[in-house]
Write a protein that binds this ligand. Structure first.
Ligand code: G3P
Ligand code: CA
Length: 242
């Protein structure tokens, strides 16, 4: 089985993460999947960013949930990475879905924040996905399993992947209970007996974040279903000679 290669937050090592430029680069190099993270603005727009605060990846300060979309759009989301990307803005999920309208690979949408903070985020994301990506693959992932359960209530065909830190005795049972087809596992767990056992029990395993060529090689050798990497171009190149 060929290990799929997902570009983490776009092409995180090469472009400012979770920007249109990062997603363009991920597609350009031929990634099999693209991973991103979502939040809600004060006026309930779904936007793509990793942190709950804008501080690290823009020139602003404060919580995403306290910005309106117009206020968020005033921020520079590229200069922190390199002056070359000073025109980058925080994208909405709608803008990303439009950009990826011809991308045949998997779009992995991670819900970072719990339902108390964003009670309507699952409905809003699912609505956008049904409008812009109804015939193309989408995987929803989250450490907040209530979000995943809610997504399944909204769309019984939703493809779910669990993120979890706890070590469970029989992690495949819990995966099945939640209705997920996969676990997205921290690299050391994925590349251990845990990853093998999950696959043996029919659970897909995607490893994050696999950045060292040595570990990319191990991921291929073990037949892990996918890796999520900041360096999709390196992984794609290595896979050619595997
Ligand atoms: O989805 C796997 C991985 O993205 C989780 O880590 O911090 O990049 O959201 P993080
Ligand atoms: Ca993520």
């Amino acid at each position: 089985m060929r290990t799929a290669i997902f570009a983490h937050r776009g092409s995180k090592a090469n472009r400012p993460e979770n920007t249109l430029s990062a997603f363009e680069e991920a597609m350009r190099v031929g990634s099999d999947g693209i991973e991103l993270d979502v939040h809600l603005t004060n006026d309930q727009e779904v936007v793509v960013m990793h942190d709950e605060k804008v501080n690290r990846t823009t020139n602003g300060k404060g919580q995403v949930k306290n910005f309106t979309l117009n206020e968020l759009k005033e921020l520079d989301a590229g200069s922190w990475f390199s002056p070359q990307y000073s025109g980058e803005r925080v994208p909405t999920l709608k803008e990303v879905l439009e950009l990826l309208s011809d991308f045949p690979g998997v779009l992995n949408i991670e819900f970072k924040t719990d339902r108390n903070t964003y009670p309507t985020i699952e409905e809003r994301v699912a609505r956008l996905v049904s409008r812009y990506r109804s015939n193309l693959p989408v995987v929803y992932s989250s450490f907040n399993h209530e979000s995943l359960i809610r997504l399944k209530e909204i769309d019984s065909n939703a493809d779910l992947a669990l993120l979890l830190w706890e070590r469970l005795a029989e992690p495949w049972r819990y995966t099945q209970q939640v209705g997920a087809s996969a676990q997205h596992l921290w690299e050391p767990s994925a590349l251990s007996e845990t990853g093998k056992q999950l696959q043996k029990h029919g659970v897909k395993v995607r490893a994050w974040t696999v950045n060292k060529p040595k570990n990319m090689q191990k991921t291929f050798e073990m037949g892990i279903d996918a890796m999520i990497t900041d360096y999709p171009e390196v992984a794609l190149d290595l896979r050619k000679s595997f």
